[in-house]
Write a protein that binds this ligand. Structure first.
Ligand code: FUL
Length: 679
């Protein structure tokens, strides 16, 4: 009898953790595992070079020449993405599927003689490559005559019914928060505002989605299942809760980003964040952004700040006029994917031994966090809000990444944690953070140690940790950035710390035996600088970056313009000068043998005053001017990068003037940077 009682009391001592509400639904849990998926913006905008079509564009404009959804999906699958969401209908109302309820669709386009269906082709490609399909549907419709009236809501639901019944399983339905404003509206050409809270009768629209696709999550600023992260740069926040005060939020509310996007500790509903960002500045394809595809370091930063901060990552590809993901975007995605693989190649503590300062007993012990299985976890006793897990490395290890996960089926709990490392018997704190959630990734300096300790210092209720992993990510090998200041001092920078840089200034290929970069230097001008980043530990080097610099601009003066004019000769292409009289006149400080000039147009997202037709004058005395070149910057509207114009003869001059005869948009000429060619 006594021994039975003992067994009973022991069993009673192990209390399974209870849910800390709110908790995710089954469909949210499945979605959470997807983490990384693609976004495709493709529509008439692709052909009209717009971001927001007005709604009056003719379907005739939609005519991709080589549309290949298999190419999109193949690249995404290879990159480890698990799904793709496409703009089935954007704000301009054009439908990528042959909807029965409108003429404004692919069925009236020349593409495949009106027989095509982009959503069908994408669904088939997804099936082939094992990706899940999602649809973006813009509630705002600048084409539809009834937009703003109750009839439009019927239209919207009929269309959703088509999308949600004809294309197999849909994993996410994306409702954009942007809505209401000017538009074509069936020819009315006016401004229409709707009450964003009540017009769409979301309750019944959501009920329809649930009925037709019970497993699909619904995305909106306020969820109901997945929420917007509050910016279009692709980052969540150091403190990111999946809990949201959902009833205080409505789609398109102006204060959403500041007030609600981070989620709230006391949020009433489980509505995790999704970070959406484009691989280029625009959502839609513009040839003039071909040189602005995000770099590897930018993409990795996005990865760590979204997926690494308890958010999913929805990375957009502006499919081009051919109907393909552009080569530059493909290259960038491939680099990103292989870096992700490389960073998380070997979990250095998998299968090692872990002990906890406290636990709930059998089934909830520290070893669960290292066993690579998601279904079990370490749990602190029911009345505890803290606890530490210590991992012994069996020797010394070097690492720089940590991967921590909470067991979220029972709710998000951790409010505060630190990480310590033990070296020579001494513990040192290496991180102090707040939330964990589904996944928290920490990027750290290279750190050596023999043990690691994760300390949960505060939580909403007893903390539950399902995974702790540790990695040593190799340094990112990206070509260094070579820049120059006005005085002609050249700087070479690598985006990663702890690497060395080798360079040449005579045009030869740099290697480990070249000059090592230590500090800004003054080469002999003109100079062609080439540089590589080199990792001495791994023995790896990056591709070479190169930059040609002609005469430095320290003695140059801008004439006929105020100090604003200096922005055209400040060696910074991200600033520009807009000229009222469409020209820039420079005093070079001394007479030079000129062989030509360079012009870099402004680099802002929305371009204005890009010079299309130019005239170039020189002068020895700033009084008598000679027109020495006149012409057109070919294709500058599509490729607004540095333009080099060489003269047909050498000209000796101290003064130069670049004049715009015509800009691409008819606005005042803008100049990001002007330079000379002397060699
Ligand atoms: C925004 C839209 O206005 C953009 O065009 C784009 O679709 C982006 C994903 O969402 O609200």
């Amino acid at each position: 009898m006594a021994s039975m009682l003992f067994t009973l009391s022991c069993q009673e001592a192990i209390v399974a953790p209870e849910a800390e509400t709110p908790v995710p639904s089954q469909r949210q849990l499945i979605w959470q595992e997807m983490e990384f998926y693609g976004f495709v913006h493709f529509s008439i905008n692709t052909f009209t070079d717009m971001e927001w079509g007005l709604g009056d564009e003719s379907p005739d404009r939609f005519n991709p020449t080589e549309l290949d959804t298999r190419q999109w999906v193949r690249e995404m699958a290879d990159a480890g993405m698990r799904g793709v969401i496409i703009t089935a209908k954007h704000h301009d109302g054009f439908c990528l599927w042959p909807s029965r309820y409108t003429e404004h669709s692919v069925k009236n386009s020349p593409w495949k003689n009106g027989e095509g269906d982009v959503i069908r082709e994408l669904a088939d490609a997804c099936e082939e490559y094992g990706l899940k399909l999602g649809v973006y549907y813009s509630p705002w419709d600048r084409h539809h005559a009834d937009y703003g009236k109750p009839e439009y809501i019927t239209y919207m639901r009929l269309q959703l019914e088509e999308l949600l019944t004809n294309y197999g399983d849909i994993f996410e339905v994306w409702f954009d928060g942007a809505n209401g404003g000017t538009g074509y509206y069936g020819g009315a050409n006016e401004e229409r505002r709707v009450d964003k809270k009540s017009y769409y009768d979301w309750e019944n629209t959501f009920a329809l989605v649930r009925k037709l696709q019970p497993d699909a999550v619904i995305f909106g600023d306020a969820g109901p299942d997945v929420r917007w992260v509050g910016n279009e740069e692709g980052h969540a926040y150091p403190t990111t809760w999946s809990n949201l005060l959902r009833d205080s939020v409505y789609a398109g509310m102006p204060e959403y980003g500041d007030k609600y996007a981070k989620g709230q500790e006391n949020g009433t509903h489980w509505v995790p964040a999704e970070a959406d960002v484009s691989i280029r500045p625009g959502w839609y394809y513009h040839a003039y952004e071909d040189h602005k595809v995000k770099s590897l370091s930018q993409l990795m930063d996005i990865y760590y700040k979204s997926i690494g901060r308890n958010s999913s990552l929805l990375l957009n590809f502006p499919v081009d006029k051919r109907g393909l993901i552009h080569e530059n975007d493909v290259m960038a995605l491939r680099k990103m994917a292989s870096k992700i693989k490389e960073d998380f190649a070997v979990d250095l503590i998998a299968g090692k031994s872990a002990t906890a300062s406290t636990d709930r007993g059998a089934g909830y012990q520290a070893g669960n966090v290292l066993d690579g299985q998601g279904g079990n976890y370490w749990a602190a006793p029911a009345d505890s809000r803290q606890g530490s897990i210590e991992v012994d490395f069996d020797g010394e290890l070097t690492f720089n990444r940590l991967w921590i996960q909470e067991y979220i089926p029972l709710g998000q709990r951790v409010k505060k944690f630190t990480v310590e490392v033990k070296q020579d018997g001494q513990w040192t704190e290496i991180a102090a953070e707040t939330t964990i959630g589904f996944k928290r990734l920490l990027r750290l300096e290279d750190t050596k140690g023999t043990s690691l300790r994760l300390n949960i210092l505060d939580a909403k209720s007893s903390p539950l940790i399902s995974s702790l992993r540790m990695f040593h990510a190799p340094k990112m090998m990206e070509a260094p950035v070579i820049s120059r200041d006005v005085q002609g001092m050249v700087s070479i920078n690598s985006p990663e710390e702890g690497l060395v840089i080798f360079y040449t200034s005579d045009g030869t290929t740099p290697g480990q035996n070249s000059q090592r970069y230590m500090a800004p230097f003054q080469p002999e001008y003109p100079a062609l600088i080439k540089a590589i980043t080199f990792d001495e530990v791994q023995g790896r080097s990056s591709d070479a970056g190169s930059q040609y610099f002609d005469m430095p601009k320290g003695d140059w003066k801008v004439l006929e313009a105020g100090t604003e004019g200096n922005k055209a000769i400040d060696e910074n292409i991200n600033t520009h000068y807009s000229s009222q009289d469409d020209r820039l006149t420079l005093d070079l400080g001394q007479a030079l043998q000129l062989m030509g000039f360079t012009y870099t147009p402004m680099q802002q997202r929305y371009l204005s005053g890009v010079i299309k037709e130019y005239r170039f004058y020189t002068s020895r005395d700033s009084i008598n001017w000679e027109l020495v070149a006149e012409g057109e910057f070919g294709n500058i509207e599509n490729s607004p990068i540095l333009q080099r114009i060489t003269l047909d003869r050498k000209v000796n001059a101290r003064y130069i003037r670049l004049e715009s005869k015509r800009t691409t948009d008819g606005k005042n000429a803008s100049f990001a940077e002007v330079g000379v060619i002397t060699e």
